[in-house]
Design a binder for this molecule. Structure first.
Ligand code: ASP
Length: 333
């Protein structure tokens, strides 16, 4: 019989590890997950490490770094790594860890649940099963496994607050699905490894995500500059349109001229922003904004936070966003 794959489970909290407390659901220690691992231990050799015990609303860049460091250090010793995590900010963590670990050579799979493992009808056991199967697949990358689907971490978005089908792979095919054939992997949807494994954990927290609304005051851009922001991701309208009448563009021009990297994506969940189609978009390109194309807001934010954390210049960041690092953006050659 083949040797069992050795999988590391890093626990960070979230609903999956919650139990009812006096003020509502509270994350408990990793021990709460132990009994649901009994069945999985039949198939895998499992090591469990409790890394954090947090509702994911409390997971910030320092925790992303902790997770990335732990994964980087442990990856050579395991066939794959599963990270249990709250669903609310899982897409941000999975995207950030993707950029922090270029050249990753092992599968790293985030999962969680909408109903705690302590509940009889929890979706947690099923999600853990899918995550462990992906972690044992040998396919390198950072993934999110949920509701029998596996997607790139940098394409995952939480689209439902309570439904078990909480995540979607936005503008990218699923990497794997579970069917009567077991875990079916679509190899064409996997990321291409980028050289030797590295840990590049520095991120900047001076990035602001701005959702454009009709009549938004341009003063917001001056205020962000004064507050020391170095990057702005704008969720613009449709294909990437911004209000150009009145003083609509003056604030953006001043932000770009002061050295702030401005990335424009769309507030539509699906399809790509393309600033070259409408005059309201081309005016932005002339100002020097960066096309976020079909990236999710989570991926655009974390890529920009990471690029600034690597001390890249405005021009280097513009060039970086022309490149697909891990499957996060569709760029034409
Ligand atoms: N509030 C929880 C968290 O993100 C929700 C969940 O895990 O589903 O930690």
């Amino acid at each position: 019989m083949d040797r069992k794959k050795h999988i590391l489970l890093l626990t960070t909290g979230g609903t999956i590890a919650c139990a009812k407390g006096s003020e509502g659901l509270e994350p408990q220690s990793a021990a709460i997950m132990a009994h649901s691992l009994d069945r999985l231990r039949h198939y895998y050799a499992i090591t469990v490490r409790e890394l954090l015990c947090l509702d994911s609303s409390n997971i910030r860049p320092a925790e992303w770094q902790l997770i990335a460091r732990e994964v980087f250090a442990a990856a050579p010793d395991f066939d794959g790594i599963v990270i249990s995590h709250g669903t609310d900010t899982m897409a941000y963590t999975a995207s950030a860890v993707t950029f922090m670990l270029p050249g990753l050579q092992k599968p790293v799979v985030f999962t969680g649940s909408q109903l705690p493992l302590t509940e009889e009808l929890s979706d947690g056991p099923d999600n853990l099963r899918t995550a462990f199967a992906m972690a044992a697949s040998g396919e390198a990358g950072v993934f999110v496994a949920f509701d029998r689907k596996v997607m790139l971490g940098c394409r995952a978005v939480k689209v439902r607050a309570s439904n078990f089908s909480a995540f979607e792979s936005v503008n990218a095919r699923y990497v794997a699905t579970v069917s009567s054939q077991g875990l079916v992997i679509d190899r064409s949807a996997l990321p291409t490894p980028q050289g030797a494994p590295r840990l590049l954990e520095n991120v900047s927290q001076t990035v602001f995500l701005l959702k454009l609304t009709p009549g938004l005051s341009p003063e917001i851009f001056y205020a962000l500059k004064d507050l020391g922001y170095k990057g702005i991701v704008i969720e613009a309208f449709g294909l990437g349109g911004m209000t150009v009448l009145g003083r609509g563009l003056a604030g953006i021009r001043s932000a770009v001229e002061s050295g702030i990297s401005v990335v424009v994506t769309t507030q539509c969940l699906y399809d790509s922003a393309d600033l070259e189609v409408y005059q309201v978009g081309t005016s932005l390109l002339e100002l020097g904004v960066i096309q976020g194309r079909d990236m999710t807001s989570e991926a655009a934010m974390t890529k920009l936070m990471w690029a600034l954390g690597q001390n890249m210049t405005q021009a280097e960041i513009a060039a970086l966003f022309q490149k697909d690092l891990a499957g996060e953006i569709t760029v034409s050659n």
